[in-house]
Design a protein around this ligand. Structure first.
Ligand code: AMP
Length: 617
């Protein structure tokens, strides 16, 4: 018998979840479904994200509610819009073979009128973020007087985000005899308090040790000097060619800087933070979900509720300010029974924080060594070999070219051919890493570092004199930073690597170049026109900057010239090989075209991020 039937789930739901690939219940489902199906308990489930908790409460709700009645009977509160949509979607999928099931998602940042209309039409399950829910309650547009079940999902996150008061107000509109089911990844005192406040002798279920992270996650840390952090990070990424990761930074600025530096250096990355408009966030998330992006650089707040399976690595570029956030971050990997690695790049002074996290999650970190340049080259080589071995050949398309290709290689032995083929990519890595230093902290000071492993803006890197230039083109000419970088490099023939901060305004923009390149830029733009208008470059009155704003980086050019990542981008979102045409300067521009990453205009509406109360180290 299907194990879900044994748990008490009816056939039409089991048929639907079988189509989703649910063959066996996850541990939390196995243990909570029988309890929740009784409908007579309050419930506290201590479980990480990715353990299958949505079905753990969603399936019992579908069993318990009366879908002949069309009024709100269950309310699920969760911290973020992403999670809200995810839960709504999941419940719709579980119930797709049932009749008259109406689920509505209520969340901020979308039309309230649509949501009100859906509520008016009749709904049994409301899945909501607290702010918007309260708004709708205050408009007297919903009647919760017959709610039987309230689910508080990711309760710790909701409290972290300052939703305590909203939750109180929302729950005060529901009947006293409803049952409350609370799920939380961690159990800080605040969550204990709300459990006590809203629940009557709840059934408690702890999956694994209290506060322990998912058992399938390996925790690693690398010790590097602060100034080598970015280079070390890139090396870790290069050592993991198939990485599909989320990189956590502490601030929006750091998030954006790291993403920009990575994009400049040819990585398939983009950022997710609270200054992006909802539309921009959705776009980034869509690309990440579709795997057009390989690295998502995010703040804690922005990454809440991200539910993407198959994330291979979580990288803590900076450790979180609050210990609890580490659990949330690392819980983004190893979902649905998969394994994953949570990496922290720290300096020697931060070791104390690692020990503190170990105590909270009840698990030991292993200390890892930043791979040497040789290690990276070897890993990349075999990754190429593996890809060549496994590539799907389009027989029909390639056939017409085969005679010419065979003719070209007629004098090659098989070995010659293999060596050359593998070397196309391998040489780039060899060149890049040939003088790569040991980046593990503890190596003798004063040893020369790889000149091109420069840190991005914000990280400490050697000052270098820059001049800020004015240009009479801006967003009204439909330039964003990527376009402008491409345009500047093409016109002045300077390397994208040397361009520092770019500030796109309406009818004009500013950009920084090394002092020694100012002449070259002036010469390049002499007589230049843009759409029939003379282009004017002037040294900005704001003077020079000695801050090294640009990430530098060596890889962009290399990858552009046919790197396999470029190939991936092509698949992911229309990377047009056209950039190879331009001889190597138009870095930002070409990445913009690629499905993977690109400079963006980050001037979206600031998203409200709530004040947070957390435990600090
Ligand atoms: P959740 O913790 O609810 O976000 O679930 C994490 C992932 O596991 C989601 O992609 C679910 O679709 C998947 N999942 C949940 N339950 C099962 C199950 N019993 N079998 C297979 N996959 C599952």
């Amino acid at each position: 018998m299907n194990p879900f039937i044994e748990l008490g789930i009816r056939h039409d739901i089991v048929n639907a979840i079988s189509e989703l690939g649910f063959e066996n219940p996850t541990p939390i489902q196995e243990q909570s479904i029988p309890v929740l199906l009784t409908g007579s308990n309050d419930f506290v489930g201590l479980a990480q994200t990715g353990t299958g908790k949505t079905a753990a409460f969603g399936l019992p709700l579908l069993e318990l509610l009366d879908f002949e009645e069309n009024h709100p009977q269950a309310l699920v509160l969760c911290p973020t819009r992403e999670l809200c949509l995810q839960i709504t979607n999941d419940i719709k999928n579980y119930s797709k073979k049932m009749h008259n099931v109406n689920v509505v998602a209520v969340y901020g940042g979308a039309s309230i009128m649509d949501q009100l209309r859906q509520i008016k039409r009749g709904v049994q399950i409301v899945v909501a973020t607290p702010g918007r829910m309260l708004d709708i309650i205050n408009r007297k547009a919903i009647d919760f007087s017959r709610v039987k079940y309230v689910v508080l999902d990711e309760a710790d996150e909701m409290l972290n985000m300052g939703f305590q008061e909203d939750i109180d107000n929302i729950l005060s509109t529901t009947p006293d005899d409803k049952k409350t089911w609370l799920f939380s990844a961690t159990m800080p005192a605040e969550v204990r308090r709300i459990a006590k406040k809203y629940m009557d002798n709840p059934f408690e279920l702890t999956m694994g040790e209290k506060n322990t992270g998912n058992a399938n996650i390996e925790h690693e840390y690398y010790i590097v000097r602060a100034r080598d952090k970015y280079a070390a990070f890139k090396r870790i990424v290069d050592f993991n060619p198939d990485i599909f990761g989320i990189v956590f930074c502490r601030t929006k600025i750091e998030t954006q800087d790291i993403a920009e530096a990575l994009i400049k250096d040819g990585y398939n990355a983009d950022s997710l933070h609270g200054d992006l408009s909802q539309q921009q966030r959705d776009k980034v998330m869509k690309r990440y979900r579709e795997r057009s992006l390989q690295l998502l650089i995010a703040t804690d707040v922005a990454a809440r509720g991200i539910d993407v399976n198959d994330v291979t690595h979580v990288i803590n570029y900076s450790l979180p300010d609050e210990v609890e956030n580490y659990t949330h971050r690392s819980g983004r990997t190893a979902r649905a029974g998969k394994t994953g690695v949570s990496i922290s790049i720290v300096n020697a002074k931060e070791l104390g924080k690692i020990r503190q996290i170990e105590r909270v999650i009840g698990k030991k970190f292993s200390k890892a060594e930043i791979p040497t340049g040789f290690d990276v080259c070897e890993k990349q080589l075999f990754s190429i070999v593996h890809k060549v071995h496994n590539v799907t050949v389009n027989e029909e398309q390639i056939e017409q070219y085969l005679p010419r290709i065979i003719e070209e290689f007629k004098d090659f032995t098989k070995e010659d051919f293999i060596k050359r083929f593998a070397s196309i990519e391998f040489n780039r890595f060899l060149d890049y890493y040939k003088n790569a230093p040991d980046l593990n902290a503890g190596v003798e000071e004063g040893r020369s570092r790889d000149r091109d492993d420069r840190a991005p803006r914000g990280a400490s890197s050697g000052p270098s004199a820059y001049t800020r230039l004015f240009i009479n083109l801006g967003s009204v000419d439909e330039f964003n930073r990527g376009d402008l970088l491409g345009y500047i490099c093409n016109t002045s023939k300077i390397s994208g690597r040397s361009v520092g901060k770019i500030d796109v305004k309406g009818v004009y923009s500013f950009f920084e170049v090394p002092n020694e390149d100012v002449e070259k830029v002036n010469a390049g733009f002499a007589g230049a026109e843009y759409k029939g208008r003379p282009v004017r470059i002037e040294v900005s009155g704001e003077g020079t900057s000695d801050r090294r704003e640009s990430s530098g980086g060596y890889r962009g050019g290399d990858r552009r010239e046919g790197g396999y990542r470029g190939g991936e981008r092509r698949e992911g979102g229309g990377y047009r090989g056209g950039d190879r045409r331009d001889g190597g300067n138009n870095r930002g521009g070409e990445r913009r075209e690629g499905g993977g990453g690109g400079f963006r205009d980050f001037s979206g509406k600031p998203r409200e991020e709530r004040p947070e109360r957390r435990r600090r180290y």
